[in-house]
Design a protein around this ligand. Sequence first.
Ligand SMILES: [Zn+2]
Length: 373
Amino acid sequence: MTSDEPAIGAVDWGGTWIRAAMVAGDRIVHSERAARPPALPQQYEVVADLMRRCAAAVGRPPAAIGVGIAGIVQRGLVVSALNLGINSPTDVAGGIRSAAEVAGGISSAAEVAGGISSAAGVAGGVGSAAEVVGGVGSAAGGVGSAAGGVGDVAGVPIFVVNDLQATAIGVAGRWPDGLTAVMSMGTGVGGAVLDRGRLLAGEGAAGDFGHIPVQPDGPSCPCGGAGCLEMLVSGRVLSEVARQLGDTGRSPFLTARLSGGRPLHAGDLQDATDAGDEAAIAALERAAATFAAGLRTIVATVDPARILLAGALLAEDAAFGRMVRLRWEAARPFWCRTPLIHVPDDVDAALRGAASFAASFGSNIRPANGREM
Ligand SMILES: [Zn+2]
């Protein structure tokens, strides 16, 4: 990256890993990751430390930090992130900032020159005199302050966004015109709506397509609803279907595969479908029809220029992805021309999207999510 190119910090805060990166334009310049510790205060410290390491590695502080987190975010507060131990509205940005401040100026120029990213700093102000100087600079200087040290992230503005929304911003970058809906399927189902690349989050959770009701008398959902899309079609549900078809002998293909000893998952259901197994085909057809009903709701709500399908199960060459495409041709409103576009798996999309969210905030993003500037 060039010396005058702004670098934006990005964090992808998931249930298993916390990743951080420095992003310039749409390029990840440096990234770090760590396993997520169980307690929230330690998670703040890990985020601050990873971000500091990234800043030190590229030799400058981030101009802003975007945090994609596996939870529901409303107006900058994480109102629920059950996998991370958050069940009441929490100022995550404030938590990260405090952890960065407690660490004491985080990393001084001397530290950066030595390539050390201070584990000691995280441990709590036990650093050198140089670190203390960095700390003073951080309190006084804020972003880009020479006195703050290049690894200083304590005074940097932080913007928080749902991780699937961050991913959606990341994958939708290639379609800068019109309305884009992103539907992603992994363990659960998520998504987002973007207007010319800007996230439209409403009060925070717009585009959370996993909770489109598709069967009012269906299974109850942790959101409090019943028959939500992700309770009927998701990686988790399709894996469960694969196990049932194998266990009960209804699918000879899956029953045979059970003898391999490992638990069956959604990929096995697709393999069975490709092999012509009738029970698997029927199950996946049902799932595709349910998924297409969800797509119809998206079209009825925002009539986007395109719907991007993300996630391995929705890939162009995956059995489920193919079935969804066929179903959509049959199920879409007659006036609707919305194409489904498969987007390849991209592990860095959440980081790029979080950075993009932070970078655009206050200039061209609608004040729907994160903190207003
Ligand atoms: Zn739900």
